[in-house]
Design a protein around this ligand. Structure first.
Ligand code: NI
Length: 163
């Protein structure tokens, strides 16, 4: 198990586009394992490779539902449906949260760690997380698109979720 350093908002790396993964080898598997360890260690529900300074199209997600750990390599959003408005945070933007409008349902194609093509439909928090993480691969952060910042003195009914 290996925890990697998480890059913060000041770092220009987070603003760059990530390149597709072409090699589905041991090195990729080690990175995926490290990304999961790093996400769980930070109590996050999602992590994108640029957040650990790797500009590749790789995402890990675990929103604590029946899907468990999800690994998305070269993800492409195929369809979005509906809208949801809710709080969002990011492991690369510590100490801040904001209200972000996202689709309520998304369909994504991707490859698994062996390069096999897959599809996944996510709803609610999973849909939010898929959008948040795939935005990271385009150099976009939630603070760019949030409706407004959430301040500490506001009532928060929802659990903290950092991505
Ligand atoms: Ni994030």
């Amino acid at each position: 198990m290996s925890i990697r350093n998480i890059v913060h908002i000041e770092d220009d790396l987070l603003r760059k586009h990530s390149r597709p993964v072409t090699r589905f080898d041991d090195r990729l598997h080690r990175l995926l394992d490290d990304m999961a360890d790093t996400m769980y260690d930070a109590n996050g529900v999602g992590l994108a490779a640029p957040q650990v300074a790797v500009l590749r199209q790789i995402v890990v997600i675990d929103v604590g539902d029946e899907h468990g750990l999800i690994e998305l390599i070269n993800p492409q959003i195929l369809e979005t449906e509906g809208t949801q408005e809710g709080p969002e945070g990011c492991l690369s933007v510590p100490g801040r949260r904001g209200i972000v409008v996202r689709p309520s349902r998304v369909k994504v194609s991707f490859q698994d760690r062996y390069g096999n093509p897959q599809e996944l439909v996510g709803e609610d928090l999973l849909a939010r997380c898929i959008m948040h993480e795939t935005d990271h691969l385009k150099g976009q952060l939630y603070v760019d698109i949030m409706e407004r910042e959430i301040f500490e003195d506001e009532e928060e009914d929802e659990e903290e979720e950092e991505q």
